[in-house]
Design a protein around this ligand. Structure first.
Ligand SMILES: Cc1cc2nc3c(=O)[nH]c(=O)nc-3n(C[C@H](O)[C@H](O)[C@H](O)COP(=O)(O)O)c2cc1C
Length: 265
């Protein structure tokens, strides 16, 4: 039986098939919208910010990312080399580097039958219950073949979806609490958590687990970035409302981490 506070990996292992015990999961699902609102109330309280409606951005061009070989690097050597960078090369991020970074940090690792579908994607960065609970966005200042703007990464098709072609530099100065990152980072990657996806299945305490999911992805971004010769820094110091506005997030999606990146100096 999956308890209300329980973890849904048992269901994932059964290929998404329900058992009698899953009645409890259905109850949680019915309650999902209410739990999402409660989580948003906690989130705003923690950030001392009230709700400011953000203008949604509509999907534009889809930009396929090139196929790439995985970086060849020793795991322990990469762990030992990894640093939070202050110095970034003053040049655009190569498209192949960007493609490899996204593919091997937060791309799809495999598909499994789960949650009522035969091919449910599981990420290179594991999430609680294998839920599709995280999204990755890019605010591009300078990258090869990309117009400065905002993009959403689509892991299954390994594409970027263009959301805005407004240069994000001005907005990023209000996003980073340390604006010195703005001119250094060629791209800023934002991880977000999808509250509706999470609270359709889990109770309110899963608000914490979503941040653990993000932390797992952060370490992937650091390690794959290091293996690719990138300069990276996880940045928790950001303004939630300003970042949500830049990305045009729906109310049920919250930014969890920002990541400055470029080529190493
Ligand atoms: C979750 C997380 C959040 C961080 N947030 C910031 C930040 O807001 N600003 C910053 O300059 N560095 C930030 N860092 C970088 C840390 O300061 C850095 O990892 C730490 O000093 C250790 O240095 P190292 O990463 O080079 O080993 C963050 C790191 C992590 C893991």
């Amino acid at each position: 039986m999956i308890a209300r506070t329980g973890y849904d990996s048992a269901m994932l292992a059964r290929g998404g098939r329900e058992t009698d015990g899953d009645e409890v999961s259905r109850e949680v699902s019915l309650d999902g919208a209410r739990t999402t609102q409660r989580a948003l109330a906690v989130h705003r309280l923690l950030n001392s910010q009230s709700r400011i409606g953000t203008a949604p951005l509509t999907d534009g061009r889809r930009i396929p990312l090139p196929d790439i070989h995985p970086p060849r690097a020793d795991l322990v050597a990469t762990l030992a080399l990894r640093r939070s960078a202050e110095d970034y090369a003053d040049r655009p991020l190569d498209l192949t580097t960007l493609s490899a970074w996204l593919r091997f940090s937060v791309g799809v690792q495999r598909f499994v039958p789960a949650y009522g579908v035969t091919e449910h994607p599981l990420s290179m960065a594991p999430t609680a219950g294998g839920l599709d609970s995280l999204r990755a966005y890019l605010a591009v200042r300078t990258a090869e073949a990309l117009v400065p703007g905002v993009y959403r990464y689509e892991a299954v098709s390994h594409e970027l979806v263009e959301l805005s072609t407004v240069d994000p530099v001005h907005a990023l100065r209000h996003v980073y609490l340390q604006p010195e990152f703005v001119p250094r980072a060629a791209v800023s990657l934002a991880l977000t958590a999808r509250l509706d996806e999470a609270f359709d299945r889990y109770p309110l305490r899963h608000y914490r687990t979503l941040h653990v999911d993000s932390g797992v992805a952060v370490q992937n971004l650091y390690l794959v970035g290091t293996a690719l010769g990138m300069a990276c820094c996880a940045v928790a110091g950001f303004d939630d409302t300003a970042l949500s506005g830049l990305l045009g997030l729906p109310e049920t999606e919250i930014p969890t981490m920002l990541f400055a990146a470029g080529h190493a100096a």
